[in-house]
Design a protein around this ligand. Structure first.
Ligand code: 3HC
Length: 321
C-alpha cells in the first residue's frame, strides 16, 4: 500500500465509524469520492423528479373543475418547484453546479422518476397522482429524513410535510369522485388501473437487482431497501382503496397472514426498463418541454449574472476608496 492509500484507508474507517455512530456528514467533512458521487446521482435525480413532476399536473391547472381545486393544484405544483430548488441547492454543496445538473437531465445522462413519463389523461389522474405518487414518495422520503448527509436530511423534513398535504388533497379528491356519479366512479377506477403499477415501480428494482442499494445502505444514504418501502406502500394503500370501494388491478393481491403483509403480483420490469431508458410514453415530451422553458428563462439567468457582477464591482470600488 502506498502512503496515500494508507491514509485514504484510515480516513474511510473514520468516516464509516461516524456513519455507524449516526453522526451526520456535512459539506465541509471528508467523504469518500464514491459517497459524494452516489449522493450527487441520487439527490440530483430526486431534484429532477420534482421539477419534471410539475408537468403532468401543470397540464390540468387551466382545466381544474372548481376554483378551490385550482388553488390547491396551483399550490401543489409550486411546492414541487420549491422541492426541486431545495434539492438542487443541497446537491450543490457536494461540488456540482446547477448548470451541470440541468445539462445531465437534458442530455439523458441523469434520470428522473419513471412515473412522470405517463400521461395525465383525466381529472381523476390529478387526484390519483397526489394520492398514490406523493403517497409513494412520502413512504420513501420519511426514511430519507434520517439519511446520513446533513443537507439532504434537513431538506427532507420540510418536503415531507408538504408531500403529506399533497397526498391528503389527492385522496380527498378521489373520495369525492368515488362517491359521485357512475361516470365519476368509473373515471376514478380507470385512473387507479393506470397508475397503480407505475406507482409500485417508483421504488426501483427488487433489492437483488438494485445496483446501488448495498453501498447506499452501508453508508446510510438509504435507510430502507426498495422492496421494504414498496411493501410498506402496498400495505398502507390497500385499505385506502377498499374505503373508496375501488378494485386493485392485481388478481394476485391477497393478505398473507403468516407474513403480516399483502402479497402482490409480478411487476412488469420490461416496462420499467423501457421507461427509465427514455422509451416511455412521455419521455421525449417531458425533456423537450424542459428544454423549451429553460431556454425561455435564459434572460433571467443573464439578468442575475449582470446583477451579481455589478454588486461585485461596486463592492470592489467601495473597498478601494
Ligand atoms: N425511476 C427512474 N429511475 C429509477 C427508478 C425510478 N422509479 N428506480 C430506480 N431507478 C434507477 C436508479 O436511479 C438507478 O439508475 P442510475 O444508476 O442511472 O442512477 C437504477 O435504476 C438502479 O436502481 P437502484 O435501486 O440501484 O437505485 P437507487 O439505490 O438510487 O434507488 C430510489 C432508487 C429508491 C428511487 C432512490 O434513488 C431514492 O430513494 N431516491 C430519492 C427519492 C426520489 O428520487 N424520489 C422521486 C420520487 S418523485 C417525487 O418525489 C416527486 C413528488 O412530487 C411526488
Amino acid at each position: 500500500m502506498t502512503q496515500f492509500e494508507l491514509e485514504t484507508d484510515e480516513l474511510e474507517q473514520v468516516f464509516q465509524k461516524r456513519i455507524d455512530d449516526e453522526q451526520k456528514i456535512e459539506p465541509k467533512d471528508w467523504m469518500p469520492e464514491a459517497y459524494r458521487q452516489n449522493l450527487i446521482r441520487q439527490m440530483s435525480q430526486h431534484a429532477h423528479s420534482e421539477i419534471i413532476g410539475m408537468q403532468p399536473e401543470g397540464n390540468w391547472i387551466g382545466r381544474a373543475p372548481t376554483l378551490r381545486r385550482k388553488m390547491i393544484l396551483l399550490a401543489k405544483v409550486q411546492d414541487e418547484g420549491g422541492h426541486g430548488l431545495y434539492l438542487y441547492s443541497a446537491t450543490e454543496t457536494l461540488g456540482i453546479t446547477r448548470e451541470e445538473m440541468v445539462a445531465a437531465l437534458q442530455s439523458g445522462a441523469a434520470k428522473y422518476a419513471s412515473i412522470f413519463n405517463y400521461p395525465s389523461l383525466t381529472w381523476a389522474d390529478i387526484g390519483t397522482i397526489g394520492w398514490l405518487v406523493d403517497g409513494a414518495a412520502i413512504v420513501n422520503q420519511i426514511s430519507l429524513q434520517r439519511t446520513s448527509y446533513g443537507p439532504y436530511a434537513r431538506a427532507m423534513v420540510r418536503i415531507c410535510k408538504e408531500e403529506s398535504f399533497h397526498q391528503r388533497q389527492g385522496y380527498e379528491s378521489l373520495v369525492v369522485l368515488a362517491n359521485g356519479s357512475t361516470e365519476q366512479k368509473a373515471m376514478a377506477q380507470d385512473a387507479l388501473n393506470r397508475w397503480w403499477w407505475p406507482s409500485l415501480m417508483m421504488f426501483g428494482p427488487h433489492d437483488a437487482e438494485s445496483a446501488h442499494s448495498a453501498r447506499s445502505m452501508r453508508w446510510k444514504i438509504k435507510r430502507k431497501s426498495n422492496d421494504e418501502l414498496r411493501q410498506a406502500f402496498v400495505d398502507q394503500t390497500i385499505p385506502q382503496i377498499e374505503f373508496l370501494g375501488l378494485q386493485v388491478p392485481d388478481d394476485d393481491l391477497k393478505w398473507n397472514e403468516e407474513r403480516g403483509h399483502y402479497d402482490f403480483g409480478a411487476i412488469d420490469w420490461d416496462e420499467f426498463s423501457r421507461v427509465i431508458n427514455g422509451k416511455g410514453m412521455c419521455n421525449k415530451q417531458r425533456v423537450e418541454h424542459h428544454k423549451k422553458v429553460h431556454e425561455q428563462g435564459a434572460w433571467v439567468r443573464e439578468a442575475m449574472r449582470v446583477h451579481k457582477n455589478k454588486v461585485q464591482d461596486r463592492n470592489q470600488i467601495k473597498e478601494a476608496s
